[in-house]
Design a protein around this ligand. Structure first.
Ligand code: ACO
Length: 375
């Protein structure tokens, strides 16, 4: 008979990992031993990919080589290309992209090979392909010609270029680059755990990532950033209207998206950076409405419920100011988290054991079979 279960596996240590670590009490996040406050705004997303997938920050040569690999891999195979027009009718971008990501395995040169070397190559390709996929999907659903990838731009800059069709300013590129770094990994969150469970059956990288996409989509996980933006745009009037909105939602027993966290008992360190970025982008664009609404909401929610904003809260106003359509916010999260997911699949495959927890049975006992005519 199994022990008492922990609802939602709270406080259960489900795996060992050397990729990231969280101190929920003091609100600290580490990527391979580096404090996020030390590296956010200082390393590029490409350096972060190197750190997560390969274990260390790269040398200049290592970074140049990885950038070349990532730029060369900015393409999707014929199968995914053919599928694109069929999935644009999917209800949400995350549904379409989950299907497209899965299809990438068909044309992957390492399909059928789950060796660590093949996993590493697939991991690099997936990081390069994900933003291209989102941009191609956006072009297909809006009926626009796809914007050609610019090899002189890094992942962050090229994505903004392909999505908006406008050449992003250096500052916009830097800020978005930092967003990608901030969302890259976060220990045993729901989507990463999903990826590891799938990988632990010795299933392949693409299957694990497809499962992770499904988990990320939910509003209690990555889907919250989109919900936050919809909340911000739904509030009519000036900033004082925020207080009434918050009170109404809480008294109706509804959760406010972008607040609360399973692990952090204090401010999410990623929110610290995103708040500043939201403020700066508001000033740069001359429109601080959503930053000011967010600030007021943060204050009111803290005063009434003692909850802190999580990573999704200020990401919403930041992505909005960068010109990203609201329903692509969760796909943007996936662009970044692809680096963490793939690193975890590699780590799982390197030292694998099937993940198969027990359960606590709560159903009836001692029942006896009766013939169907007598039930
Ligand atoms: N708004 C209002 N109340 C909340 C919120 C919220 N956002 N978050 C937690 N609470 C309350 C709950 O109602 C509950 O109160 P009760 O004890 O009176 O019933 C208490 O705080 C504990 O909440 P749980 O949902 O049990 O906490 P859990 O650790 O399971 O959930 C979670 C964490 C899912 C993130 C939760 O805070 C939430 O639903 N937040 C909103 C969705 C969201 O922003 N998700 C993104 C998380 S970050 C990420 O995944 C990238």
């Amino acid at each position: 008979m199994a022990e008492k279960s922990s609802r939602g596996l709270a406080d259960v240590v489900a795996a060992t990992t050397s990729i990231s670590d969280i101190d929920g009490e003091s609100g600290r996040l580490f990527y391979r031993g580096y404090d996020i406050h030390d590296i956010a705004g200082r390393i590029s997303f490409e350096e972060c990919v190197h750190l997560l997938q390969r274990g260390d920050l790269p040398t200049q040569q290592g970074l140049d080589d990885l950038e070349d690999e990532l730029t060369a891999a900015r393409q999707i195979g014929a199968t995914t290309e053919a599928l694109l027009p069929h999935v644009v009718r999917a209800a949400t971008p995350m549904e379409a992209l989950r299907t497209l990501v899965s299809s990438l395995s068909v044309d992957d040169p390492d399909a059928g090979d789950s060796s660590v070397e093949a996993d590493r190559r697939k991991a690099t390709r997936l990081v390069a392909q994900m933003p291209i996929l989102v941009a191609r999907y956006e072009a297909a659903r809006t009926g626009r010609a796809p914007v050609e990838s610019d090899p002189d731009l890094g992942i962050a800059g090229n994505f903004l270029w392909q999505i908006t069709g406008r050449y992003p300013s250096d500052r916009a590129q830097d800020l978005f680059d930092t967003c990608l770094v901030l969302h890259a990994d976060h220990t045993m969150n729901a989507s990463t755990f999903t990826a590891r469970v799938i990988a632990a059956t010795l299933s392949d990288m693409h299957s694990a990532i497809t499962g992770a996409m499904g988990a990320l989509r939910g509003p209690l996980h990555g889907g919250a950033n989109e919900a936050v933006m919809n909340t911000l745009t739904s509030i009519e009037g000036d900033v004082d209207a925020v207080d009434g909105f918050v009170r109404e939602e809480l008294s109706a027993g509804r959760k406010l998206m972008g607040f609360g966290h399973r692990v952090y008992k204090t401010e999410d360190p990623r929110a610290t950076h995103l708040r500043k970025m939201s403020e700066e982008l508001g000033e740069l664009s001359g429109n601080s409405r959503y930053y000011e609404f967010s600030r007021r909401m943060e204050q009111t929610v803290f005063d009434t419920k003692g909850l802190y904003p999580n990573v999704d809260f200020y990401a919403a106003s930041v992505y909005h100011a960068l010109g990203i359509p609201t329903d692509l916010f969760t796909p943007v999260f996936a662009i970044s988290r692809m680096s963490g997911w793939t690193a975890h699949v590699i780590e799982q495959h390197e030292d694998n054991r099937l993940i198969r927890p027990g359960s606590e049975y709560t159903g009836p006992t001692g029942r006896r079979w009766a013939d169907i005519a007598e039930r």
